[in-house]
Design a protein around this ligand. Structure first.
Ligand code: GLC
Length: 398
């Protein structure tokens, strides 16, 4: 059987976001190599490129200009000037991708972020190569201005052979905006179970000088306002104010455009004198070992979460998780059984659940076992690969 030639497109240059981690892990799956001949159009020198090089997957140089990199597609405000500036550069990027496609002659092009979708949609037009959009967002007013939503839906209708959403929630939002049922397929995130398991290590705790026995509560993910790092810090303040033991750690980094938000978080910690309670650490190379050192993982997104990768990462290592009940999260968690759900942005709801879970070893143990189970049955990387392979077969047949 011939291997399918699949070209992935992801321009992200400075950090690995959820979309990029999904991609790196998928490409690392041994089963993929026997069925797919994969290559990736990505920014030279980016963390994504480095990770893919390690997996010995062929790369094609595909970087966007600085201003296009910094252009916000996600965001409620729409700036016509920025859009016009961005548009001209999209054109150049499209030409570049076209020549990559002409060289690699893929059977399917899978674009991984919304900017890449718009570029790949155009770039595949002449060759007629099917283009699958791996859409890690939710196309709702909470995240996108209406001009962007309109352009996206119109282009998806004309140019996307299939849109992959990461939750049923995100899929419904697209269907409500007029995409047809057969055009949109949900592929929930999945992770390699052998990598995400409990690991004995005290590296992080030692580095932060946290005495054994003191609870360590973490928030992991890209630093951006809607992921709720500011809410997490307010929880830390309330918790500390009640004289309870525990440290709080924000793990992750900001993309270019969110640097000011990150700075404001650090100012808050100083102003509230929380330095002895709150820590910031960059993304960790070995996330499983980092998660293994936490006692509780909070997910604090204040807008509906497209999926919530970090939640299954936590559950897989047996870490208790309390997550914001919105978006795709409810498709992961059975509340009170394998993890906890709280109303987004409601500190009382979070504090009550935190108190309950940190106060009961029995409950923690039950969540830990059930959480791992949930990931093993529904959120494995093998399942993701099978879903993608099926979609690829379908779009190639058209
Ligand atoms: C984005 C989304 C997150 C999702 C991840 C991978 O980071 O915000 O919900 O899990 O992509 O799909």
């Amino acid at each position: 059987m011939n291997r399918k030639r699949i070209l992935f497109v992801d321009h992200v240059s400075k950090v690995l976001g959820g979309a990029e981690i999904n991609l790196v892990e998928l490409l690392g799956l041994p089963a993929l190599r026997s069925r797919w001949e994969a290559s990736v159009a990505c920014a030279p020198g980016s963390p994504l490129e480095t990770s893919i090089a390690r997996a010995q997957i062929p790369r094609h140089a595909f970087g966007l200009s600085q201003s296009l990199n910094e252009m916000r597609v996600v965001g409620r405000r729409f700036s016509p000037f920025r859009a016009w500036k961005g548009w001209r550069e999209v054109h150049a990027a499209t030409r570049r991708l076209e020549s990559i496609i002409a060289g690699a002659r893929p059977d399917v092009v899978i674009s991984c972020t919304n900017k890449d979708d718009l570029i790949a949609g155009n770039a595949t037009r002449h060759s007629g190569t099917p283009n699958v959009w791996w859409f890690n967002d939710i196309l709702s007013p909470e995240f996108f201005s209406w001009p962007v939503r309109r352009v996206f839906v119109q282009r998806a209708r004309r140019q996307a052979a299939r849109v992959i959403t990461v939750s049923e929630f995100a899929r419904k939002v697209l269907l409500d905006q007029g995409l047809s049922e057969d055009r949109v397929t949900t592929v929930h995130n999945g992770i390699p179970l052998d990598r995400y398991r409990r690991i004995q290590s005290s590296l992080l705790r030692d580095q932060l000088r946290i005495p054994p026995g003191e609870p360590l509560i973490g928030l992991v993910g890209r630093i951006t306002p809607w992921k709720g790092q500011d809410f997490f810090l307010r929880l830390a303040k309330d918790w500390a104010g009640q004289g309870r033991p525990g440290r709080f750690v924000v793990i992750g980094r900001a993309f270019n455009e969110d640097a000011p938000f990150e700075a404001s978080l650090k100012r808050f910690v100083t102003a509230q004198r929380l330095e002895s309670r709150v820590h910031f650490v960059a993304f960790q190379a070995d996330i499983a070992s980092t998660l293994s050192q936490l006692d509780l993982l909070l997910h604090c997104s204040t807008k509906p979460e497209p999926f919530g990768r970090v939640i299954i990462e936590g559950m897989a290592v047996g870490l208790p998780v309390i997550a914001a009940a919105a978006g795709g999260v409810s498709e992961i968690i059975t509340p009170g059984v394998d993890a906890g759900l709280a109303t987004p942005g409601n500190s009382d709801a979070y504090l009550a659940q935190m108190t309950a879970i940190l106060g009961s070893a029995e409950k923690r143990n039950a969540w830990s076992i059930a959480g791992r189970r949930t990931v093993e049955t529904k959120f494995t990387l093998e399942r993701v690969f099978q879903d993608f392979d099926r979609v690829a077969t379908e779009v190639m047949a058209k």
